[in-house]
Structures are given as C-alpha cells and as structure tokens.
Design a protein around this ligand. Structure first.
Ligand code: MET
Ligand SMILES: [Zn+2]
Length: 752
C-alpha cells in the first residue's frame, strides 16, 4: 500500500492565490471561489489515484492555512470575529484582518511551521475558549471525494500539536478541565467519520518529534486513550513527521492506534526505535521514505535498505510506503518545467514525481530480486552525481577571521558620529510594494519583449520615485525598494552561479503568498556584482543614507532546496564568501549602512535542543564571515521575522550586528523584555506595524506603541520601522501608514 501525508493545495499555477485574493478584492464571487476550490481538490485526488496511491488525504486543502482551519473547526477563535456571519469572511478576517463598515479586526499572528518556510496562523487559547465543533469542512471534503469514487483518508491536526503550537494566555493546556471539551469535539468528528464509512483517519502529531516531557506523555495517554475508544470501524493513523519520536515511542505503540506514520528521512532514529522496542503486530507501519520537503529524486537503494531493515520487525504486508511528510512543501510537477537545465532534471522530483516514486519503490520492494529491476537500475545509475568543491578550503579557518573589530561599543560611537541620525531613526525593511507594473515589466523582460536597457531604466525610474517619496515623508534611512527582485532569495539564486531556477516551482509560504525556492546544485560563485548598481544609483539621488539590502547566507541556504549530499555548513560558507564580496563592493561605493537579512536564520534550527549548538555554531560563523572585513563606521543591520527569536536572543547576540530589526507588531512586544535581559547589545527596531495587514495604522496608535516600547528600550537604542518588507502590500495601503509612522516618531521625539 501507498500513502500520501498531504498534497499541495495552491494549484499547479497558484490558481488558489488568484481566487482568494480576487475574492478579498471583491472581484471574484463566493461561488466562483468555492468552485475553484472544489476543482482543485478533485484534481489532487484524481492525480493521486492515477498513481495508485491507496491512502489519499482529504481535508489537507485549505483556503489559507490548515492550522487556522483546525482552530476554526474547534471553535477556538475569539468571539469578536463572529460578528462576520459568513463563514469564509470570518475565516479570512482571522487570516488577513478586516476593516470595513466600522469593524476593525486584526489578523492572527503567524509563525513558521517547524523548520519549514510554511507559516501557520497562531490562535490564542484563553480561559474563555469554548471548544465546540464549528465547521463541517472535513466532512464536506470527504463526501466530495466519495462523489468522485474516492474514499479518502481525512486528515486532522492532532490535539497535542494544536495545544502546544497555539498561543496560551492564562491557561494550562495539560489541565484536563481545559481540554475535556476539545476531546469531545474530536470524538464527535471521529464518530462522524465512522458513520460516514471512512476506513482511515489520519491524525497529525508532528510535535511528537520534539523534546517532550512527562506531562506530554501523560496527556497523550489520557487524551488518545479516551478518543480511540470511539473510533468504531474507522482505523486511526497517528502520523508523525520532521524527525523521530524517541521521547514517546513506547507510549505511542501501546495506544490503540491502528497505524503509525514515521518519518524515515528526517527521523533516521525511528528505525533504531523499532529495532530496539519492536513494532506491535496489530498495527500498520507507514514508512515515510520519500522526502516530502526536498525536490531531489529518491535514492532507491537507500529506501530499499531502510525497508528491508524494517521488514525484520514488521511483516512486509503491514508496511505502507509513504511520503516522509506532507508534499505541501514541494512544487507540483516537473511537467511545467520546460526550460530547466537538462543535466539537472533527472535528479529532481516534485510532488507528482514523488507519487510515481512511491509506486516504483513499492514495485521494487515487492519484487523478488530488486537489484535486477529496471526501475532500480535506472535510479542507481543517477547517483554518480556531478562533483562539487564542497570538501575544499575546510579547517584552515581561524576563528578570528570572523570577528569584527573594534567591538560593538566602539563601532556604534563611530557610526553615530558618521551618520548623524536623530534618535528614534525611522526606516523600512527594504522592499516597497511590487505594483502590477513592476511585475508586468519583469515578465516582459524575462520573455525578451523589452531590452535590458529598457528594463533597467524602468527600475531606475521606480527607484527615483520611491526615493522621492521617502524623502517627502521624512524617513531617516532610505532604501532603493528592491524593485529588481522578484524574491529576496530567488533574486540571488538567479544571479549567482551554482543555482538552478524553476519556472513554476511554487510553494506556499503563507496564505496566498507563494515562493519559488531556487535549487542549489553546484558550487556557488559570484561572477558579477548583484545589487551594487541600483543601490549606488539610489544613493546618488539623495543626501540621506541609503541602506544597502542583501540576503544573508543562512537565509539563502534555508530558502533554497539544497542537494542532500552537500553539507549545509559548507554551502553556507560558500554563500557567505559571495555575499561578503558584495558587501565590500557596496562599502567601496560609499554605502554607509548595509542590511544583511537573515529572516530564515532560525528556520532550520534542529527541533531537538541537543542539536542546537552545532547548528548555531556554523550558521552564525557564516553570517559573521560576511561582516568581518567591513569598516567600523559601516553600520551592519540584520532583519529577522516570524520565528521564535525570544528563545535565542543570546545566540542572535553572537551575530554581533550593529542594528537588528524584527517582526514584533503581532506579538505584543513580549520580545522586548527578553531583549533587555539578554546579552544582545545591538540597537533594535521592533516592527511597529504588521505588514501583512492592509490596515492603515493611525498616528496615535503608533505613538502609543512607541511609548510602550520606550518603557522597555532606551531612546538611543530604538529604531522605528515596519515589521517586514512591504513588497506584498499596495501603495495606497502602506504609504499612509509609513507617513503616519514618521509623524508618530517625530511627535515622540518632541517629548524629550
Ligand atoms: C521576509 S524578510 C524580507 C526582507 C526584505 N529586505 C524585504 O524588505 O522584503
Ligand atoms: Zn521580514
């Protein structure tokens, strides 16, 4: 048998994005939106059926985010949003905020989903949370598929993952009084599926691969012990992914689940757990061997090895071949890539190709002598990969090559002297709205419809306009707007050697925002300057400092697909070298402030604490390698967003930057207390408005925020800026807010 944990849902050409955004803008009718969603689901189910997948997921679809779907289904959303009676409107208000007819609702905060670049919306659980089955989405989708002749495996988010990943104020999630009602909802759902005739239900508990405590184990036993009494004829799969379940393996196998899904790609230790503790004879084992979060072909030899080892402990007939996690994290299909480097294509597998891999591996596994199987032979041939320099240059490095001199206290004085900025300097994070004309022009340039010169003068005109705007509203540190960049990582991928860029390799990042992660396939080199010309041009237009914006090495690495045989620390160091060359070139051209974005520094932080140190050591070293050679008066900024930096401020301090801006607008500034208590010395710019909401923020509101920030951070250490880049916003939404931001900063300055 073959199982898929989850399938991408945005549509092969990001269709869903256009429908949802169209609906929000009033251009698409609700019926059209719903029909588009039904069509996509149908397409996904039939495709999986075509490849012979036995356990096809449903309820893995989402208009915006599956975590939000789950919160809504459990009734775990603030009552204020229920003022919007329409289900979709209420849902989208939670996702995007809602400002109309005197109603002003903020969007829920977002956080990164484990170590991926997918962001989920974070509901808050309070003493007022009343769990109650509040949506029939999973049932509707099950029926819909049944109508197509497919009996799906509905997917539900697990209780512990939901509780641990939600925000809590004033509640103890382990207290039975708190979760009892939620259990009732899960029971109701399970009973419903039992009645509807579902053979399988999949409960996702990725949180089980993290460090767990006794109370987590107790919760699992109590909660699932009670829930599973109600499963009737439906077989319940406990699905885990992103690692191994060493802290709960024994508890889990002793529970009455019918199947256990284990990740054998990121969770190599799972195999050892099985060999050490055995695997119960009454359960199916869903063996996650096809990597759901990378785009490279499976190495059949490796997979067959794993399966053969498993077969010592589990009958072949009870082993179900599976993806290691949801395919949500990879693009749809290679069939839309007609311009890819031919040498690279055979090494790639997107979601659709992964379905095929499952079929092929199953065939090989079940055939007697696999080593003669044609699928096996063809795959084995591939793995004589093109060589890279990854082993070079190593170990010669001296730690002090990465230390910036003089120390921060000295540098910051020199910089303040050189820059002459007012206190509470105002700035932005780099990108300005990518208006339709910018996107259209880029498209035309890429299709060869306009010349390089025409394209460049278009971008320059944009830069001129945005510099003017920033001067007019009185920002202190300006940016060039990043108009030349489709995406902060893809742009670098396109312009550096070593990357492969897809045409259509879209992956959902959050809601309707999709990214096209570049693929790192060869050694990385910089053959030309990447950003210098435009930034230099921007600086030539103004006497105010223009901040040069670059993407940092760790973020480029983490937002690319990297060949599995390339050690990430080596790739990071190669990237650091090329970004450093760019930094030095910017400095040479008189750029006084350089921001090296590390939005994704924490993203690939291992889920287990015991592995953190190794990760931070090489990641921070790569970052420092970029900055080590710059002059003391050149101010180095970094920007981070949407991750739990609160817990890692001392590590972030080791990056030794001069200024750090970060996303905090949606998280009530709890971070500021942490900053005060941490070893971080840098000046800080906690974003004062949420760039993902179209809401225009009034001056007074921002004044209040600044005042609150000043209670926690000294006035000479505080910067005023939005919480992230403005690329995805509309000018008419964001220009007034920026203007208000500058006014608010000025008003506060007057009070000193
Ligand atoms: C996701 S972080 C974005 C940083 C980038 N400089 C921008 O402004 O868009
Ligand atoms: Zn950001």
């Amino acid at each position: 048998m073959k199982s898929v944990v989850g399938f991408p849902r945005i549509g092969p050409q990001r269709e869903l994005k256009n429908y949802v955004e169209g609906y929000l803008e009033g251009k698409v009718k609700k019926e059209e939106l719903e029909k588009a969603a039904r069509d996509l689901r149908k397409y996904h189910w039939l495709l999986q059926k075509e490849y012979g997948i036995d356990l096809i997921p449903s309820n893995d679809f989402s208009f915006y985010d599956h975590f939000l779907d789950h919160a809504v289904m459990l009734g775990a959303v603030p009552a204020a949003y229920r003022i919007l009676e329409d289900e979709i409107d209420c849902y989208l208000a939670l996702a995007k905020g809602y400002q109309r007819d005197g109603i002003d609702l903020k969007a829920l905060p977002m956080k990164k989903w484990f170590f991926t670049n997918y962001h989920y919306l974070v509901p808050t659980l309070t003493a007022d949370t009343e769990f109650k089955l509040s949506s029939d989405k999973p049932f509707t989708e099950f029926k819909e598929a049944w109508h197509e002749g497919i009996k799906t495996k509905p997917v539900l988010l697990g209780a512990l993952t939901f509780l641990k990943l939600a925000r809590k104020t004033g509640v103890d999630i382990y207290n039975k009084h708190f979760w009892e009602k939620m259990l009732e909802v899960y029971i109701e759902i399970l009973c419903h599926f039992n009645t509807a005739g579902a053979d399988f239900v999949q409960i996702d508990e990725p949180v089980l691969v993290m460090d767990l405590e006794e109370r987590d184990r107790r919760f699992l036993k109590e909660f699932y012990g009670a829930l599973l009494k109600n499963k009737g004829k439906t077989r319940v799969i406990l699905q885990t992914y992103f690692g191994d379940i060493r802290d709960v393996y024994q508890e889990i196998v002793s529970l009455d689940f019918d199947a256990l899904g284990l990740d054998l790609v990121d969770g190599k230790l799972n195999l050892e757990l099985i060999s050490q503790y055995g695997f119960p004879e009454d359960k199916l084992l869903l063996a996650g061997i096809v990597n759901g979060r990378n785009v490279f072909r499976n190495n059949y030899q490796t997979s067959i090895d794993i399966l053969q080892k498993l077969a010592h402990y589990v009958d072949k007939g009870r082993i179900v071949l599976s993806t290691s996690c949801s395919l949500l994290l990879v693009p749809y299909s290679l069939k839309y890539e007609n311009e890819l480097d031919e040498k690279v294509v055979p090494y790639l597998a997107f979601a659709e190709e992964k379905l095929q891999e499952l079929s092929e591996i199953e065939e090989i596994f079940l055939s007697g002598d696999f080593s003669k199987h044609s699928f096996y032979l063809k795959n084995a041939e591939l793995w004589n990969l093109v060589a890279t320099d990854q082993s070079g240059e190593k170990e010669k490095e001296e730690e002090n090559e990465y230390i910036r001199v003089p120390a921060w206290e000295e540098r910051i004085k020199v910089q303040k002297e050189a820059l002459q900025l007012p206190f509470l300097p105002t700035t932005t994070i780099g990108s300005f709205p990518q208006t339709p004309d910018v996107r259209a022009m880029r498209g035309r340039f890429k299709r060869g419809e306009v010349t390089k010169e025409e394209y460049e003068s278009f971008i320059k005109a944009k830069i001129e306009r945005v510099i003017k705007f920033q001067e007019e509203i009185g920002l202190d540190v300006l940016v060039h707007g990043e108009y030349e960049r489709n995406d902060m990582v893809e742009f670098f991928g396109e312009n550096l050697e070593g990357f492969v860029i897809t045409k259509n390799g879209w992956v959902q990042s959050y809601g309707t925002r999709c990214v096209k992660p570049p693929i790192i396939f060869y050694d990385i080199k910089r053959k030309k300057k990447l950003t210098v010309d435009y930034i230099k041009y921007a600086q030539s237009l103004t006497s105010k400092p223009v901040k040069g914006i670059l993407t940092g090495p760790v973020t480029i690495l983490n937002w690319s697909f990297v060949r599995e045989d390339m050690p990430p620390d080596r790739v990071a160091m190669q990237l650091a070298q090329v970004i450093k060359e760019e930094v030095l070139d910017l400095e040479k051209e008189g750029i006084k402030i350089i921001q090296i974005d590390e939005a994704a520094l924490l993203e690939k932080l291992p889920l287990r604490k015991s592995e953190h140190k190794t990760y931070f050591d090489w990641a921070i070293k790569a970052f420092k390698a970029v900055c080590a050679g710059v002059k003391p008066q050149t101010q180095i900024h970094t920007h981070m967003c949407y991750s739990n930096f609160d817990d890692y401020l001392d590590e972030i301090a080791r990056m030794d930057v001069d200024v750090i801006t970060f996303e905090a607008a949606k998280s009530d500034f709890t971070l500021l207390d942490g900053i005060r208590e941490s070893s971080l010395q840098a000046e800080v710019g906690p974003g004062i408005f949420d760039v993902h909401s179209p809401r225009i923020v009034p001056v007074e509101e921002m004044e209040k925020l600044i005042t609150r920030m000043l209670e926690k951070i000294e006035k000479d250490r505080l910067w005023i800026n939005p919480d992230c880049g403005l690329k995805t916003r509309k000018e008419e939404e964001v220009f007034p807010t920026l203007k208000n931001m500058v006014v608010a900063a000025r008003e506060i300055r007057k009070k000193f």
